[in-house]
Ligand binder design. Structure first.
Ligand code: SF4
Length: 366
């Protein structure tokens, strides 16, 4: 708030100036999203997402780092803020720029549907694998039969793009196959259209279905991923494209960050020593009610202790535990009182994810 601004004598101005702020805006925005999800028939976005079935894949996840998608499908806690602004821009670009543009292009020759659902199964050596998802705008005929698919994405800049991302091609292939089956016609062509978030220009790429690439990008990826899920095996940290790690929400858990000692961890539990955004911790604990808040996070986000239980501190040297609130306010670490009595200097720590997991399993049986 600008302290030089004085709304003296004007109660409306004073009220607005006093009210507008980060916390108030966040509350308003959350409430608005909640209502919007109900209005658009998607109330499930207002509750914690369920663990995705092992044999079901969304086209938008195909051909990405198996480990990242494994974490995401099993709802590991995100280590970064949700990129809501990018999602919002993407939706607005599609609705308010791409759709009107496509409608103008096909006017008199066809129509544009904003999306179509695909839901089909692939017969693989792991049995049936389900592909389910919703397309971006589709050019259709007067009977709403699909003619040409589009996949709309935004990027900070499209200036230097020379080819579409492979996983966007995989996504388009998966939709082509689904619509071809559903409508008993050949839908084998599409456009990946990148929108520039800086200047709103576009760069389109024409894509034709290719059965060899379909096998590589969709079938093999879906088979491998299903195998990891069915075997409950953490996939290797081997993204096809290194840039995936830069934007990944699980860098610490995976071991791609120099800032922590964590490496190759499974999807369960909260990592000690990570600056999680508060909303991500809330999401995780609501989705996993047998898990508790870490004591260090209870210190950072004390309001969360009204809703969630908190783990005790664990000692780095002895098997004792200490209640989370037995240290001075504002400190996240203190000496183990049991060790101190014996003249040993040992720190209290957050429980590691494996400990959290076994305690959560015990609670689930209570
Ligand atoms: S950090 Fe990289 S390797 Fe690890 S899960 Fe993320 S994308 Fe995959």
């Amino acid at each position: 708030m600008n302290s030089n601004f004085s709304p003296e004598g004007n109660s409306v101005v004073e009220f607005v100036v006093d009210t507008v702020g980060t916390g108030h805006f966040d509350d308003w925005q959350n409430e608005r999203e909640f209502r919007e999800n109900i209005r658009t028939g998607k109330p499930y976005f207002n509750t914690p997402p369920p663990v995705k079935p092992a044999k079901q894949h969304n086209p938008s996840q195909l051909n990405q780092c198996h480990r990242k998608i494994y974490y995401r499908q099993l709802n590991a806690p995100d280590e970064r803020e949700s990129p809501d602004g990018i999602f919002w821009t993407g939706t607005k670009f599609e609705e308010e720029v791409a759709m009107p543009y496509l409608e103008a292009v096909v006017r008199g020759q066809g129509y544009v549907r904003n999306s179509m659902w695909v839901d089909y199964t692939l017969d693989t050596e792991h049995g049936d694998i389900r592909i389910r998802g919703e397309t971006d705008p589709v050019i259709v005929d007067s009977e709403s039969r699909p003619l040409l698919l589009t996949e709309i994405k935004t990027k900070r800049s499209v200036d230097h793009l020379t080819a579409p991302n492979e996983h966007h091609v995989a996504q388009l292939f998966a939709y082509m196959e689904g619509l071809s089956r559903e409508w008993e016609t050949e839908v084998r062509e599409g456009l990946v259209i990148y929108g520039d978030r800086t200047n709103l220009s576009i760069k389109p790429f024409f894509i034709r279905f290719d059965s060899k690439r379909w096998d590589e990008l969709v079938i093999r990826w879906a088979e491998s991923h299903t195998e990891y899920r069915l075997n409950e095996e953490l996939p290797p940290a081997a993204p096809e494209f290194p840039w995936e790690c830069e934007f990944c929400s699980y860098r610490h858990r995976c071991g791609q960050s120099d800032e922590t000692h964590h490496k190759d961890l499974g999807p369960d539990g909260i990592l000690p020593g990570i600056d999680y955004p508060e909303e991500r911790i809330v999401e995780y604990l609501r989705a996993n009610p047998n898990y508790k808040l870490l004591p260090s996070l209870a210190t950072v986000f004390p309001d969360l202790t009204d809703e969630f239980q908190v783990h005790d501190w664990v000692c780095e040297a002895c098997p004792s535990t200490t209640p989370y609130d037995s240290h001075p306010t504002g400190q996240t670490m203190q000496q183990c009182p049991h060790c101190r009595e014996r003249g040993v200097c040992a720190s209290l720590q957050d429980p590691e994810p494996e400990v959290q997991k076994s305690l959560a399993a015990e609670r689930s049986h209570d």
